[in-house]
Design a protein. Structure first.
Length: 433
């Protein structure tokens, strides 16, 4: 199963490829979603229950809250005469979270499994897949990607890249023009960001010995970071910025700065200088500060959502298609009522509490836990920007991998405490004859 993670990251950014299944009730489903289900099924069938026991214990509060959300949603859906496909998909994704956590925990628990060594190439696999798929889409749809990028930089208008490159590139592979304008760009780049964080953690756990492999890894990481910046996805960029901010916080708490950290800081400064010289940094700045059209539209949607909640606060039943508040809790309230919204609050609170707990101990923990904490930032940020009242598959994959890493670290920490306790015990005295 050591290649399973790479296969998952190859499929995860392919958000705009749709497969039509000859199965009643399923119809057309995204390729990446089918990949997540296939990996989940393979992991569940391959491992014994004992493999999942530690991660089940760790994720139990989260799983219980999500089970309440899905159960209430099923009940309100039945009450309003709505379908159940969304609820079933969310239940499957909860299973996926536990399965991926178990896969990660088992791989980390067995150093000879090759899991960590192959996980270092997650960014290469994900970014390579995304670039190849995007190149094919651009070619099929006759888009001049170079011209679009040039016009974006010359005008410093971030909307050009979105409207003239990403949106039209996502058409023609099973999605309509309207569907291509949805969350695909954010989710595809969210997959790349997750892969970057996992690669960084794995490389810190098992450093490269080959100079060629190290060079290839660094090139893949730089290309991945450029893609994330060029995506102009505010939520993804915010989740990416958590990395340097957490590193700075860790340095402050530890009171030390290694030569490696100095080198990384210098490289980051050079990268920022390159973005500034190319004009891309200006585009990003305008995206956050002056491109306020989406802010205004979301404010309107938020007001509409609050009005709908007042009228349907108990059982929900309001469709969020085209009228999403882009907030996990409020959209859950719209779709399934106040009790499901309370479960969503618990889910969000658990993610934030875990992030705060990890961040507060970064100076006491191994370096690889920093990118894992950064990865957890993504589903938290997306909970305040996604629509539909449910976590998308990319966020669930991210949560599953983070849960696996954290569960393994907690197990190791408990083992370390036990060893220290035993070493501190006085040796039994031998009775003299």
């Amino acid at each position: 199963m050591k290649y399973t993670l790479l296969l998952l990251f190859i499929l995860l950014p392919l958000q705009w490829f749709v497969v039509r299944l000859p199965v009643p009730g399923l119809g057309a489903r995204p390729l990446y979603y089918l990949g997540v289900l296939a990996v989940t099924g393979a992991v569940v069938l391959a491992f014994r229950f004992s493999v999942f026991r530690p991660v089940i214990a760790f994720t139990a509060p989260f799983v219980a809250a999500y089970a309440v959300l899905v159960t209430v949603w099923l009940g309100t859906g039945f009450y309003h005469g709505q379908g159940f496909r969304d609820q079933v998909e969310q239940a499957a994704l909860v299973v996926a979270i536990v399965a991926l956590a178990g896969l990660t925990y088992r791989g980390l628990s067995r150093p000879d499994s090759g899991f960590v060594a192959w996980a270092r190439w997650s960014a290469l696999a994900c970014t390579g897949s995304f670039l190849i798929a995007l190149a094919v889409s651009v070619s099929v749809n006759g888009i001049d990607a170079g011209g679009v990028l040039q016009r974006t930089l010359q005008s410093a208008n971030p909307d050009i890249l979105t409207s003239d490159l990403f949106n039209p590139a996502f058409e023609g592979f099973g999605l309509s023009a309207e569907e291509a304008k949805s969350q695909l760009r954010h989710e595809a780049n969210g997959a790349v960001l997750t892969a970057v964080y996992i690669s960084a953690a794995a490389a810190l756990m098992r450093p490269f010995r080959s100079r060629v492999a190290l060079l290839l890894y660094r090139v893949s990481m730089v290309v991945s970071l450029l893609i994330l910046v060029a995506s102009l996805s505010r939520s993804v960029i915010i989740a990416l910025l958590a990395w340097p901010l957490l590193a700075f916080w860790r340095t402050l708490r530890s009171g030390t700065m290694t030569s490696r950290q100095v080198a990384v800081a210098g490289t980051a400064a050079v990268g920022v200088g390159g973005l500034l010289a190319s004009g891309l940094l200006s585009v990003i700045w305008l995206r956050f500060t002056q491109d306020t059209s989406s802010y205004a539209s979301r404010e309107t949607l938020l007001q509409d959502a609050l009005a709908n909640i007042r009228d349907n606060w108990l059982t929900g039943g309001v469709s969020t298609v085209g009228a999403s508040s882009h907030n996990l809790v409020l959209d859950t309230w719209l779709r399934a009522g106040v009790f499901a919204a309370a479960a969503a609050v618990v889910i969000l609170g658990l993610m934030i509490a875990l992030w705060l707990g990890l961040a507060s101990r970064l100076h006491l923990e191994p370096a690889w836990l920093l990118p894992i904490t950064g990865a957890l930032t993504l589903p938290i940020v997306r909970a305040f920007t996604i629509g539909g009242g449910a976590l998308p598959p990319v966020q669930c994959v991210c949560l599953g991998l983070v849960a696996g890493f954290v569960t393994w670290r907690l197990t190791e920490r408990a083992r370390e405490r036990e060893l220290r306790r035993r070493s501190a015990e006085p040796l039994p005295q031998m009775a003299l004859p």
